[in-house]
Design a protein around this ligand. Structure first.
Ligand SMILES: *Cc1c(COP(=O)(O)O)cnc(C)c1O
Length: 360
């Protein structure tokens, strides 16, 4: 059966090569007579899977030994509470509000700390990134928090905020590994795997060792302490073994593709193909400020609900699926992560042109 072009925001498209490899190893991983799902997380084989995943990720992002890498569970949403629970010294934190995911992280911080919103784009339904060049950072803030790529709205920080020396903590769920990044600028970043890494169920966190020296709030449960997972090398309890194995395969695929500068070029090519068309179309239009457009998530509208629905339906029939926008924005959204081939975006744009001719 033919595979579709899947524009889902997450869980999202995975590289076909990775899926085929995993299928080949499903019943018998490297001659040991069982699948990765069936093996002990303390076996030598799994230890090797975990170690190569960590070292390949370090190679890709150039993560130095000043950072710890952990694979945890509970999604990016659990990290929203883990951040204030683990890293509050003065119980004051600063958040930049650029969408629902940032809002949810902020809401968790207000449970345990005095959290401030120091910049926001809520006034225009998060269609832009606020100016963060001269923020009023709170004097005793424990950290400054951002959601770097806003999956729902399709905006991305093109330059990181000036945190005035405070540690920067970032949710990179929908942009991690889409381009090279300067790890040293972050005290911590994290991502749910299901957008641009692997299957749902794995959450990746990369944390500076200095930040890890902070004492978690007393009520922090064992499983919610980053130190628990760091000390046990992500093996405190049973980790999502099969998910980590697939993430590891994606890391190897990215290295084989040429690494993150090559991914960046490919992603820019795909995104500009779509955005250039949106800019010239008389039917479709993008919904966010041009300078702040995401490389990964591109929302767009026709202007009427009926045409949006017709488009989504006809696209689906043409094998272009999951183009419905998030319920809070409406319209359409094309998520074009690393694993979306150029051909997928070309097919989408051709389909949009045809739809425009037929429905003008
Ligand atoms: C999807 C998403 C989340 C939520 O991730 P879960 O793993 O479902 O908790 C958080 N932040 C961003 C930016 C996302 O795109």
């Amino acid at each position: 059966m033919k595979r579709v072009f899947n524009f889902s925001a997450g869980p999202a498209v995975l590289p076909e090569e990775v899926l085929k490899e995993a299928a080949n190893e499903m019943l018998n991983y490297k001659g040991i007579g069982m699948s990765v799902m069936e093996m002990s997380h303390r076996s030598k084989e799994f230890e090797e899977i975990l170690e190569s995943a960590k070292s390949d990720l370090s190679d890709l992002l150039k993560i130095s030994s000043d950072y710890e890498i952990v694979f945890i569970q509970g999604g990016a949403s659990s990290v929203f509470s883990m951040v204030p629970l683990n890293f509050s010294e003065n119980k004051i934190s600063d958040y930049i509000l650029t969408g629902q995911w940032a809002q949810k992280a902020y809401d968790e911080a207000t449970r345990y700390t005095k959290a401030n919103i120091i910049a926001s784009s809520k006034d225009e339904n998060y269609s832009y990134i606020p100016d963060c060049t001269n923020l009023t950072v709170t004097k005793n803030a424990d950290y400054v928090y951002i959601c770097e790529n806003n999956t729902i709205y399709g905006t991305k920080f093109k330059t990181l905020p000036d945190t005035k020396g405070k540690p920067l903590i970032a949710d990179l769920s929908s942009c991690i590994l889409s381009e090279p990044m300067d790890v040293e600028k972050y005290a911590m970043f994290f991502a749910g795997a299901q957008k641009n890494i692997g299957p749902a169920g794995v959450t990746l966190a990369v944390i500076n060792k200095e930040l890890l020296k902070r004492t978690p709030l007393a009520e922090t449960p064992t499983m919610m302490r980053f130190s628990t997972h760091v000390k046990a090398n992500s093996l405190y309890n049973t980790p999502p073994t099969y998910g980590i194995y697939l993430c590891g395969k994606v890391f190897k695929w990215l290295k084989k593709e040429g690494g993150l500068s090559v991914m960046k070029e490919k992603n820019e090519r795909k995104a500009s193909l779509l955005y250039d068309y949106l800019d010239e179309s008389t039917l479709f239009k993008g919904t966010v400020k041009r300078e702040d457009r995401s490389l990964m998530n591109a929302p767009f509208i026709t202007g009427t609900k009926e045409l949006d629905e017709k488009f989504i339906q006809e696209a689906k029939e043409a094998g272009l699926v999951n183009l419905k926008g998030h319920r809070s924005v409406g319209g359409m959204r094309a998520s074009i992560y690393n694993a979306m081939p150029l051909e997928g975006v070309e097919t989408l744009v051709e389909f949009m042109k045809k739809f425009e001719r037929e429905n003008r």
